[in-house]
Design a protein around this ligand. Structure first.
Ligand code: AMP
Ligand code: MG
Length: 341
């Protein structure tokens, strides 16, 4: 999928390879350009070159398969067919599984994460093209079709939408899942340590007892006000780090930038949040919760993360004019090093 449009922020970058210089052996690395050209950086330890090459080929075809199923930029994808109001003869179990987990995150975030935002995405896109803000009426109309409660996955494996016009957008969750799937392929190939950076969504595995296990990954968090500079470096043992931000992708109307992440409860683009870098056990959840926490706004976001021992985050908020506020959750305090301004 055209992931440069389909999803996401690329505000996470792998810290300079110098951190790997301390490893006994450097990893094998590859950059794929699947999914509409988004770079996918892969690093793996303990594989011979032939096995690594075979694994990267598998990753390429796996990502192509998932894109063909989940991209709204592919008219023939299952998601596009669903969004056209078509009833499918059968729904791929993998798609249903991602949808179930997306709905699970919606429930657990009180609707802050909501894959039914697609009508809002469409509206803001066409308004941007037309060069004017959407009207109240247009937003109210789009909101008629928004709400995760309008989506149901039955035990029999059927996707039910409660009314015509409901459309799905996996842009807030798919890249994290793709990164997880790539990691799985590397693990199956025998890697004891690996990291996949899917356009900024990072999933990593590290067998802590393995030869390289003691050395954590170092992941840079970009300064959302100056994306060329790194604000901090996070240590990651294993798991996932995903960032949702307001500046790589946005709608620009009348010289003002509007965030590409919407509050599904108001239909408005989120304000006063600059970036949320979220650490969780896997990419799919890190991706979805990063989007959700971004929607919550600074106060609620901090509370949400601190109340959950399995989530850690760096939350950078502000209107982009004055100094941003940087919040680091307590579990990350000894795993973060501020390196920039
Ligand atoms: P991310 O970069 O992972 O935060 O995902 C942002 C993308 O997810 C947007 O470009 C939309 O396609 C979609 N999106 C926007 N707002 C939401 C939301 N509240 N919940 C779920 N997906 C959203
Ligand atoms: Mg996300």
């Amino acid at each position: 999928m055209q992931l440069n449009r389909f999803a996401l922020m690329m505000i996470l970058v792998i810290a300079p390879l110098s951190s790997w210089a301390t490893e006994q052996a450097p990893p094998l690395t590859a950059t794929l350009h699947a999914m509409g050209g988004i770079p996918i950086n892969i690093s793996a330890w303990d594989l011979d070159e032939e096995t690594f090459e075979a694994a990267t080929e598998k990753i390429t075809s796996r990502l192509e398969f998932l894109e063909a199923m989940m991209s709204t930029y592919r008219p023939e994808s299952e998601i596009s067919q669903i969004n056209n109001g078509e009833k499918l003869e059968s729904y791929p179990e993998e798609l249903l599984d991602v949808l179930r987990r997306a709905l699970d995150v919606s429930t657990r975030t009180d609707g802050a994460f909501d894959i039914t935002v697609k009508p809002l995405v469409k509206l803001w896109k066409s308004s941007t093209k037309a060069g004017h803000l959407p009207t109240e009426t247009e937003i109210t109309d789009a909101m008629e079709s928004v709400g995760y409660g309008k989506v149901n996955v039955t035990d029999e494996g059927v996707l039910e939408l409660s009314q015509p016009g409901v459309m799905l957008d996996l842009g807030g969750i798919a890249k994290g899942y793709f990164a997880d799937e790539a990691v799985l392929i590397l693990r199956k190939a025998g890697a004891t340590k690996c990291l996949v950076d899917c356009g900024g969504d990072i999933s990593a595995y590290n067998d802590l007892d393995g030869e390289h296990g003691a050395i954590p990954f170092r992941v840079g968090v970009k300064n959302p006000l100056d994306k060329e500079s790194i604000l901090a470096v996070l240590e990651l043992g294993y798991g996932a780090v995903v960032t949702s931000g307001n500046y790589e992708r946005y709608y620009e109307i009348g010289g003002t930038r509007y965030c590409h992440i919407f509050d599904p409860r108001t239909g408005q683009p989120v304000e006063n949040m600059l970036s949320v870098t979220l650490v969780a056990s896997n990419g799919l959840y890190a991706d979805a919760f990063a989007t959700a926490v971004f929607v919550m706004g600074p106060e609620a976001a901090r509370e949400f993360v601190e109340e959950r021992s399995w989530l850690e985050a760096v939350i950078i908020s502000g209107d982009g004019q004055g100094d941003p506020e940087v919040f680091v959750s307590s579990g990350l305090a000894d795993k973060i090093e501020f390196v920039g301004k």
